[in-house]
Design a protein around this ligand. Sequence first.
Ligand SMILES: *Cc1c(COP(=O)(O)O)cnc(C)c1O
Length: 364
Amino acid sequence: MTAPRPRPEVLEISPYIGGESTIPGINRTIKLSSNEGAFGVPPDAQAAFVAMAGQLHRYPDGSAHDLRRAIGAKFGLDPERIVCGAGSDDILYQLCLAYGGPGTEIIMSAHGFSIYQIAGTYSGASVLKTPERNLTADVDAMLAAVSPATRILFLANPNNPTGSMLAHDEVVRLRAGLPPDVLLVLDAAYAEYVTHPDYDAGVKLVDAGDNTVMTRTFSKIFGLGGMRIGWAYAPPAVIDVLNRVRGPFNVSIAAQAAAIAALNQPGWIEASRAHNSEYRAILTTRLRQAGIKVWPSEGNFVLAEFTGPDQAAAANAFLRARGLIVRMVGGYGLPHCLRITVGTAEEVGLVADALDAFMATQNV
Ligand SMILES: *Cc1c(COP(=O)(O)O)cnc(C)c1O
């Protein structure tokens, strides 16, 4: 062997496949494949980004002081218990590298968000996937998978790509059943969209102990996926760890400015959440009327289930021919499903019309 070799577990990782954004030969494409907010970039965030252009020779504030204060003010949290990252993926990676590693185990549910598997494997840990009930994380199955080697349990709540949510009392039961030295990571990327009364994004459990972390993102409701900004709310000891291992300048100067402006954009969350609730219901109803099974969702997307992988692939091809890009989720063990982001009113109408037309071709 003469060529440089990575650690063997690295070659077990399948690269993350993001949502496509273009279709060759089609001019106007509508992208409903990455759960980016329906309303695009908040106007004040665009202005803040442009205003930073003359400052780009400066390193960012590595501690993201002003951004942490703005997050704390918006969500009623202590800025000292917040760490920012280049997307929440950055934080998920750092947690795996810091708390996982060779000889350890990381638990996630069968159809949980794929970054946990990638980052966990990268750390050298074994990633165990536990069975779900009705495409929802099963607390008992997760607890049954715990061993002395377990270091982290990841729960996306609501989960992507299924849209399913665990009520707060179930998450409390999960925490109570875990050994105290297991880090529970509550990934609340879609928290701002949730209207369910039994939901808590994770703040209560973070505050209640020293072994639970909540991660959040600016990539979904705040419309800043391209800027790469996320954050964690965590107990002091975990904050200390993250500040030791994260990249010293992991959030760019422009990203920090845009995120602060997005947080302060008046009415943004409320309008986005109201639109999402209304149009997620419309999309769900219309797909069900067309004869497609749609799983309940608390996120800004729905999971549409077809009769099998062939029908899902045919539906996907039918949509693509009309410029509509949705997400195939075979990589999540759901080859008979498509994940569809809730877009604007027009986009929801177009994708529902197209799937209606597709289903009409199926029953002949
Ligand atoms: C989109 C998403 C994220 C956010 O990733 P970023 O790196 O912040 O863009 C995290 N977790 C889940 C479950 C997601 O769907």
